[in-house]
Structure formats: C-alpha cells, structure tokens
Design a protein around this ligand. Structure first.
Ligand code: ZN
Ligand code: ZN
Ligand code: ZN
Length: 146
C-alpha cells in the first residue's frame, strides 16, 4: 500500500494497550435515598455526602460488601477468571496468573427512560436529582429524575 494515511492508521490499531488495566464491577449497592432531602444518593458505600443537600452520612450494606468480595471478574489482560476478594469498589487487585495490577471500578448505574418524542428506550447514567436531557435520536428535550 502506498497511501500514507492508511499506513499510519494501521500502526495505531496495532498498538497493544499496556495499561493501566481496569474492569468495571457488575455489582452496585442498592439505590438509596437521602434521609434528609429524599434525593438519590451516590452509588457507593462508606462515608459519602448527598450531592443535592450536602448531608454527610455513612452507608453500609453487608450484602453488597460480601458480593463484592466474592465477585468473579475476568482479568483484563489474560482473561482468566478470578475472585476479587476485596469488599470495596473501586479497588486495585493483582491477577495471580499474569501478575498484572488492575483496577476494579465501581459499577456505573444506568436508568432506562422512554423518550416522550419518539418512544425510544434510552439508557442513561443515573444521577441524583432532576435534569434536562435530549434524545440522541429525535432531539426532544425532556426532564428526567434518576
Ligand atoms: Zn440530601
Ligand atoms: Zn491476568
Ligand atoms: Zn426521541
């Protein structure tokens, strides 16, 4: 091939990612609401503060902690399945097979909403409070909570 641009692209895609490796957890704590303002709390455990009213609190959920500890995830490098063994997210663990260190990220909760304009189902990142979003398909703007 003589096209210069094409050669450049080929080089770029051939690069093997050398990290940092990370994988997203499949387990999230149950959605909880703030005892003060009734708004949605961040999807986390431990010390956290409500992004809507600023109230600080400590949230614990034994079941989630245990599920996190026993969660099996594929190593992002060698793909081998391993038990995380840590009851916290995010956390850093090491693969016993390939010795690579990687981050287990907190699961990003998504909310499914129906666009009032075109009735398409949209999966959007869950956020505390009400916000205005626009449908990527038909550009209708609407308010969503969660
Ligand atoms: Zn609050
Ligand atoms: Zn590995
Ligand atoms: Zn739409």
């Amino acid at each position: 091939m003589s096209d210069e641009k094409e050669t450049e692209d080929a080089v770029e895609t051939a690069v093997v990612p050398e990290g940092p490796f990370s994988v997203e957890s499949k387990i999230a704590p149950p959605p909880l609401t703030c005892p003060k303002c009734d708004g949605l709390l961040p999807s986390a455990l431990g010390e956290l503060s409500c992004v809507l009213c600023g109230a600080r609190m400590k949230i614990e959920h034994e079941v989630t902690r245990r599920d996190w500890e026993n969660e099996k995830l594929g190593c992002p490098k060698c793909k081998k399945l391993l038990v995380v063994g840590v009851g916290e997210r995010p956390t850093n663990i090491r693969c016993a097979s390939c010795q690579c260190d990687f981050e287990v990220k907190a699961k990003v909760p998504k909310t499914e909403v129906k666009c009032p304009g075109c009735e398409r189902r949209l999966r959007l990142r869950t956020r505390p409070g009400t916000r205005s979003v626009s449908c990527p398909a038909c550009d209708t703007r609407f308010e969503m909570t969660g």
